[in-house]
Design a protein around this ligand. Structure first.
Ligand code: AMP
Ligand code: MG
Length: 329
């Protein structure tokens, strides 16, 4: 008998529902992302998006998997970290379903889920993970029973930096892919602030300097190229240091920004120099989606981790290294 997990993700702008079985098959993965026409994401608007579309997305995910609701054995949800209103909307749906179906509820850490689905996708057992997305920029590795954040951004996330610059130059959200396209037409590299502090990095100075170049009339393609080379170079330095420090031999690239081919090339180069394996998570599993929550929920459940509904409050500031990773012990 296989175990079927429904995973619900809704920490930020995306709402997703995925069905995964305990033999590691992703049976469905449906999501929708709020794309504001201007400005950033407003937590309240995002949570409204989730409550309006969530039930339909969950239904579609169940239908796409070719199952019926009663086939679901556990309900897993993204408990944090993330935007409070979005997390609460998502948790409410998860609790309702768990009660209605009378099945266990599993609270999953969003960042841990990105790593675990990456391991399922790659077959890696113990990678250094570079997790780059709209809201996160972290280098993570397993050590002493937890996923340790070896380095992270001290200010804004790399995806947020790309989206903010893109918005200034008239690119619609998400700007990351448009910046990647524009960079292919570049002819000149402009030096931008390169800011690595130990294992941490910072992107706000780079964003300010890029905005200044734009106001001075520098070609957008050249700025996009310069942003990428600088921002990705910083990530490569940090990943390289994490690899040397932990002596691990796998690099996993995940999160929405993992879709970037240039970043992939650069990290492939790092892996090669260190005789390490490299894997970029498949595009459908890279961004925020429910399959990663469903799969991590299975790992937790099999290790005996489930939460009673009264204790299932959300954790907006849940750090990656706060959770004991009992299934890897
Ligand atoms: P996530 O937060 O994981 O859902 O990922 C969304 C982020 O990924 C946004 O900031 C996007 O701009 C970024 N992104 C998506 N595709 C690319 C790409 N090809 N290059 C760089 N960033 C990207
Ligand atoms: Mg994410």
């Amino acid at each position: 008998m296989v175990l079927i997990s429904l995973g619900i993700e809704g920490t930020a702008h995306s709402f997703g529902a995925g069905i995964v079985s305990d033999d590691g098959q992703v049976k469905s993965n449906v999501w929708d992302m709020l794309t504001p026409s201007e400005g950033g994401i407003h937590p309240r608007e995002a949570s409204r998006h989730h409550s309006e579309l969530g039930p339909l997305i969950i239904q579609k995910s169940i239908a796409n998997a070719g199952i019926v609701p009663n086939d679901i054995d556990i309900v897993s949800f993204s408990r944090g970290p993330g935007l409070g209103p979005c997390l609460r909307t998502t948790a409410t749906m998860a609790r309702t379903l768990a009660l209605r179906l009378n099945v266990p509820l599993i609270g999953v850490n969003h960042c841990v889920a990105h790593i675990e689905i990456g391991c399922l996708d790659s077959g890696f057992r113990d990678p250094v993970t570079v997790y780059v997305s709209g809201g996160n920029t972290q280098t993570i590795a397993f050590s002493g029973g937890r996923f340790r954040t070896f380095g992270e951004t001290l200010d804004i996330a790399i995806g947020n930096m790309l989206d903010s610059f893109g918005r200034d130059v008239g690119m619609r959200f998400p700007a990351g892919p448009k910046i990647e396209m524009a960079s292919l037409d570049a002819s000149t590299f402009y030096e931008l602030p390169y800011s690595v502090k130990g294992m941490d990095l910072s992107y706000s100075g780079l964003l300010t300097a890029a905005r200044r170049l734009y106001s001075e009339g520098v070609a957008v393609s050249d700025i996009c190229y310069s942003i990428q080379e600088t921002a990705f170079g910083m990530l490569a330095e940090v990943a390289e240091r994490a690899l040397a420090h932990t002596k691990k031999d796998e690099i996993l690239l995940t999160g929405g920004v993992a879709k970037n081919n240039r970043l992939t090339n650069i990290l492939e180069g790092v892996a090669e120099r260190h005789d390490a394996k490299f894997h970029r998570v498949s595009p459908t599993l890279a961004g925020d989606q429910g399959a990663m929550i469903a799969w991590t929920g299975i790992l937790q459940y099999n290790a005996g981790d489930q939460i009673p509904i009264p204790d299932s409050h959300v954790l907006p500031k849940w750090r990656t290294d706060e959770q004991e990773i009992i299934w890897r012990a």
